[in-house]
Design a protein around this ligand. Structure first.
Ligand code: SF4
Length: 63
């Protein structure tokens, strides 16, 4: 699976980082970084939590 983030929607509130800290990180520059945009299946649950946590609906999963 592949993670897509619409950075035009993202407001760097880090909610996805709490749900999936192994996949998302907001750094000191206040920008969101995807740490692994092609995660293993074992991380799907956390990724789905991150998708659902995002109030901007900025994260999507491409199968
Ligand atoms: S939860 Fe959404 S808006 Fe917040 S940092 Fe993550 S992608 Fe951006």
């Amino acid at each position: 699976m592949k993670i897509s983030v619409n950075f035009e929607l993202c407001e760097s509130n880090a909610l996805c980082c709490f749900a999936a800290p192994e996949l998302f990180e907001v750094r000191e520059d206040e920008l969101l970084y995807v740490l692994n945009d092609n995660p293993p299946e074992s991380q799907r649950a956390n990724l789905e939590d991150a998708v659902n946590a995002c109030p901007k609906r900025a994260i999507s999963i491409d199968e």
